[in-house]
Unconditional design. Sequence first.
Length: 261
Amino acid sequence: MISADREAVLRSAADLLLEARRTATPVDDLPAALQPASLEESYFVQDVMAQAIQPNYSGPRSWKVGAPAPDATPMFGPMITAWIKDDGCVLGEPRHRLRGLEAEVSFLIGKDLPPRATPYTREEIIDAIESCHPAIEELEAGVTVPSKAARFAMIGDLQMHGGFVHGPAVPNWQQIDFARESVSLAVDGKVMVENTASNSAGTDLLRLVLHLVNEGSARTGGLQKGSWVTTGSWTGNTFAASGSVVNVRFSTAGSVSLRFA
């Protein structure tokens, strides 16, 4: 439980990060007095920022979820609905400063999954997934260099979320062997990353969705039909420049692209 005094501090942290993002004028880090001190406090900052960016939104909420290792507890954060774009889109808002890129595999939820006392099973999650899509998560931040900021500050800053671009649905996705899946990420035609089975959370992507649906439900309120869930980077962080064209190609899970204006 976060006290009222700490909530006020964390709201100030969120305001600072929001202004830094809005003006594309980053800060090196949050001031010491505004630093989140735990994952719970980082999540509070995330939620304040997401609410401020989309204050009147009442539809299905979308989420990013990942983990630093296959046996690590997943972390998750909100995605902004207005930042969800289709394949081939152009990203040209002033807030696109970092232009970071991650190749990911995402799922569109086709049935409501409200919180309940009994955990959802893997079979129920598969049944609730409408489709699987290749995706690019675009990375932004209110801090100058996220890797140099305090860890909880970086997590609170929407875990660097800046945008989400999904490709077409992949047929028969249940048959994909993600342990054999390969991916390439190219910028302006030059392949920057090529990897196989390279998601840091491991290739059991449904483990991440299960964590979000079950352990995460107290925070998320469950998932709704129309929610997107993206399941972590296969390529690490790659950065592009203004005017760059980005192409991601999975060996089985399809392709997706974007362009920066």
